[in-house]
Design a protein around this ligand. Structure first.
Ligand code: GLA
Length: 390
């Protein structure tokens, strides 16, 4: 618990907070840009957290404060809408609007103070973390029993309907369902998942946050979603499929003929081949074939670079220098267009690798990336705040 946050709450709201919440961020091992195509993903929660202290109010206002963002946001629960005045608050506020849309009565307001040790817009999904966190806060404080996968679905509904981002469900699931030392093998077509042990044996998994800023809504993310839908519309007339993920690698030659547009073909090829890579990765991991696992991670990056075109200059540079400085594998993780990547390196090489990556990236772009060992952790957490009665 961060006592500074609790003290700030007492000072700001002249009352005691009741609960302390934490929500992790996520990486995705493999299965990129497949979730909104009802495909396969393999993410995991990592121990970079957003914290929140929360207490009830006597009125029906939601008062949001953040140690990382400028300006408080205060909105009446009966009048929650997405408005530019709410600034960063539009993310968490969407949860309250979505719950009310689903018919839940929220009889009192809340004070929430957030604090994050996650770089914002870094590709580690701090936004989904904040959404899951707020959905969890609401379920606990209003006594609405929601299992973790329902928390993820509520957060996802809020992000797509209230915030207008056409993203898939991977991030919200990865954070809400996180489990220590486990990856989540999720089928985004059925929302069914299993926990997988992914063991790199004598190698370590590293996270590299490029620190190149990006805005997802303004990025070509929604454009990629539209391209996939366009391709699906064409291919549906010839294959009996509901999503691009129903296609097999052996269908790709036929797809090439049917999709006269090369861009649509390459987007389709990425989705179909990436789903296969996820399956192959799980198989390789089950038999301890680390070389194959690393090869698949590199192939995933190449496909995202050459066919899906979402890596961009900075993440491609990180890929190249990581391999140059001894990584066995390196790939972008998350949406791309800046953001973060993961690398697999020899255990014990971490400090040297970290310094080499920082130096090379800084000397080219004057931006210092953040490099740390991945610590795969549990998902959402809540604790009671004990008040010392004097
Ligand atoms: C972002 C989105 C996810 C997913 C990834 C790409 O992180 O929020 O839903 O689409 O990009 O795999």
């Amino acid at each position: 618990m961060n006592n500074r946050l609790i003290d700030l709450y007492k000072k700001e709201f002249k009352s005691n907070p009741e609960k302390y919440f934490m929500s992790p961020c996520r990486i995705n091992l493999i299965g990129e840009h497949t979730d909104y195509n009802a495909g396969l993903v393999l993410p995991a929660a990592i121990s970079k957290y957003i914290h929140a202290v929360v207490g009830k109010r006597n009125d029906k206002k939601i008062h949001l404060k953040s140690l990382n963002k400028l300006g408080d946001v205060e909105v009446d629960l009966d009048k929650v809408s997405n408005s530019p005045e709410n600034k960063w608050g539009n993310y968490p506020l969407g949860i309250f609007a979505t719950l009310q849309k689903r018919g839940y009565k929220l009889p009192f307001g809340l004070n929430i103070i957030y604090s994050s040790n996650v770089p914002i817009a870094s590709g580690l999904s701090s936004s989904a973390s904040m959404l899951d966190l707020t959905a969890f806060i609401a379920s606990v404080m209003y006594n609405i029993p929601l299992p973790n996968d329902e928390i993820a679905l509520l957060a996802h509904q809020s992000e797509t309907e209230f915030n207008g981002l056409q993203c898939g469900i991977m991030d919200e699931f990865a954070i809400a369902l996180g489990k220590k030392n486990k990856c989540i093998f999720l089928d985004c077509g059925t929302n069914k998942f299993t926990y997988e042990d992914v063991d790199f044996k004598d190698l370590s998994l590293v996270v590299i946050v490029s620190n190149v800023k990006r805005a997802l809504i303004a990025s070509p993310y929604n454009q990629r979603v539209a391209e996939c839908n366009k391709s699906l519309d064409i291919l549906k007339k010839h294959f009996s499929i509901k999503s691009l993920s129903d296609l097999k690698v052996s269908d790709l030659d036929e797809c090439k003929k049917l999709l006269s547009n090369d861009i649509l073909y390459r987007r389709t090829k990425h989705v179909v081949s990436e789903n296969q890579r996820v399956k192959d990765f799980i198989e390789a991991s089950k038999v301890g074939n680390v070389e194959k696992m690393c090869d698949l991670l590199n192939k995933s990056h190449e496909s995202l670079r050459d066919d899906y075109e979402v890596t961009g200059e900075y993440l491609d540079y990180l890929h190249d220098i990581s391999l140059k400085y001894g990584a066995y594998a390196e790939r972008m993780t998350g949406a791309g267009f800046g953001g973060s990547s993961i690398a697999v390196i020899k255990k014990g090489d971490f400090e040297v690798f970290r310094q080499e990556i920082i130096n090379a990236f800084y000397s080219k772009y004057r931006i210092k990336p953040l490099v740390f060992l991945a610590d795969i952790c549990d998902g959402l957490m809540v604790k009671d705040i004990k008040v010392n009665k004097k």
